[in-house]
Ligand binder design. Structure first.
Ligand code: PLP
Length: 225
């Protein structure tokens, strides 16, 4: 078994064990983040059972999706430019990085034109870091009206990225903050936002403890980038 296959399988077990350890009943979805890695490594992950792969850029997702088997659910996890929405809607099963109401409305319109129904997540910059994309918590809280107005999309939940190598208290503030924001949005708008996409190679254990339903793991599976 190659390293990638072995690492993928080990992380499936680690993710399941972390969920079980905090008494979570539902499955936590593992997205293998394959951005920057070459196709042969993606095929190794696929052979080990990976069917959900994450990419950051459409320029990379388009050729990989064309080259790899059709039963892969592609997760777009990076910032999406307005002029790339159509190919994203055609190719991605999940779009994690919806960082403005305008983008949400554009994805909804194009999804209707293309007859596609991607799952979308609103990206939130929970701690207000200057370097990051994402809605502020206040903007996200106010966005309920916009997604009630979507006719083709379902907003499935929220996504965030924690600061890199932050201390545990900061990670919990970020991930717990996303969960509490989700709870507040559900209460305010009477909607269901079951998905919380949070946690990467270095922090997925804490993210699961704080309620992650999707973790996005790249380097721990594929190796150094
Ligand atoms: C690259 C990336 C990941 C994966 O990060 P690793 O540290 O390699 O696990 C997860 N989420 C997003 C949004 C990313 O850009």
């Amino acid at each position: 078994m190659s390293n990638v296959a072995e690492s993928y399988r080990r992380h499936l077990e680690l993710v399941a064990a972390a969920a079980a350890a905090c008494g979570r009943s539902g499955r936590v979805r593992l997205v293998a983040v394959s951005k920057t890695f070459p196709e042969p490594l993606l095929r190794e992950a696929y052979a080990a059972g990976a069917r959900e792969l994450g990419e950051s850029r459409m320029q990379e997702l388009v050729p990989k999706a064309a080259a790899l088997p059709p039963d892969i659910a592609w997760h777009l996890i990076g910032h999406l430019q307005a002029n790339k929405v159509r190919p994203a809607v055609k190719l991605a099963a999940w779009i994690h990085s919806v960082d403005s109401v305008e983008l949400l409305q554009r994805i909804d319109r194009i999804a209707g034109e293309e007859g596609r129904h991607p799952q979308v997540l609103l990206e939130v910059n929970v701690l207000g870091e200057a370097s990051k994309f994402g809605l502020t918590p206040e903007q996200a809280l106010a966005a309920g009206e916009a997604f009630a107005g979507c006719s083709h999309l379902r907003v499935a939940g929220l996504m965030t990225m924690a600061p890199y190598e932050a201390p545990e208290a900061v990670l919990r503030q970020c991930f717990g903050g996303l969960r509490r924001l989700r709870d507040a949005m559900e209460a305010r708008w009477g909607v269901s936002l079951p998905e919380l996409s949070m946690g990467m190679s270095g922090d997925f254990g804490i993210a699961i403890e704080e309620g992650a339903t999707i973790v996005r793991i790249g380097t721990a599976i594929f190796g150094g980038r």
